[in-house]
Design a protein. Structure first.
Length: 291
């Protein structure tokens, strides 16, 4: 029963609300609330702070969070070892991911994995920011995570594929069919950028080129950028993987000086991989080699 309380508390923090956590774990909202209240009573401290925007951990809850995660992770690893003795017929794999990988890679990877191990369940945790995925892997909130390389300390990574960065232009742009997009042209065409916290690698390109783009719009959504480009509002730089099957009309051509990002998968350093995570990494690398 204590473990269930811990799991509900962690899921509430992850999703920002008790109702969402209850739905995700198969409980009623009232049952989840009672279990968290019972945990607060048992420990004689407030664990959650309720507000208009949802719930967040109290200072005491923040202190206890890594220990709660350790207990739940240890239980999950125990279940995986038992499952491995049964031929890996059950278990849950938590994967950190970002949108373009979730859309273009994970469905076929999961299909292949589930053909081999049909009893496994997936829990996908998405983020716009690679740094957040790194943190989730380090903290044990996910078993592994797809992200951009190089990654920070505390992670072991496997490089998977180069993802070209492309100049994205309106379909009637005069350079729409050119072999490449001159870097100096970014100082002339209206430039649409993704929000600053997600634009680090592209900002670095402009710094290295010594160019200040003609910035006109800042947007927090890749598909909003594509819609704006389609309407002729400006140009942008986006990873090729994001552009696949977007349903939008635009031109995508290489940059004058080709650039790319390296996509990989990460696990926590210094920790023996569970059988489930190890076999998932094997499947990811096999799938990648077949593409």
């Amino acid at each position: 029963m204590s473990l269930i309380k811990y799991q509900i508390l962690l899921k509430t923090v992850e999703l920002g609300g008790i109702t969402k956590a209850a739905e995700a774990l198969g409980y009623t909202q009232s049952a989840a609330s009672r279990m968290i209240a019972a945990l607060e009573l048992e420990w004689d401290m407030e664990l959650l702070v309720r507000g208009r925007g949802g719930v967040r951990l109290s200072p005491a809850g923040e202190t206890l969070l890594p220990y709660l995660r350790s207990v739940c992770t240890a239980h999950k690893e125990l279940e995986e070892q038992v499952a491995d003795l049964h031929g890996l017929t059950r278990g849950t794999l938590r994967v950190g991911t970002f949108t373009s990988v979730s859309i273009h890679w994970l469905p076929s990877i999961m299909k292949e994995f589930l053909q081999r191990y049909p009893g496994i369940h997936f829990e996908l945790v998405s983020s716009w920011e690679f740094a957040e995925i790194e943190d989730m892997v380090r903290q044990g909130a996910v078993d592994c995570g797809f992200l951009g390389l190089p990654a920070g300390e505390g992670l072991d990574t496997v490089a998977l594929r180069q993802d070209r960065l492309m100049a994205v232009l309106p379909p009637d742009h005069p350079l729409a069919h050119a072999p490449c997009y001159p870097m100096e042209r970014f100082t002339q065409d209206p430039y649409i950028r993704i929000s600053e916290e997600r634009d680090v690698e592209i900002d670095l390109i402009f710094q290295q080129e010594g160019i200040h783009p003609n910035l006109q719009y800042t947007v927090n959504d890749d598909f909003a950028i594509l819609s704006m480009v389609e309407q002729g509002l400006g140009v942008s730089i986006m990873p090729e993987l994001v552009l696949q099957s977007s349903g939008r009309s635009f031109a995508a051509i290489p940059l004058e000086h080709p650039r790319s990002r390296q996509i990989g998968i990460a696990v926590r350093s210094g920790k023996l991989l569970s059988p489930l995570t190890a076999r998932f990494l094997d499947t990811v690398q096999w799938w990648n080699a077949c593409q």
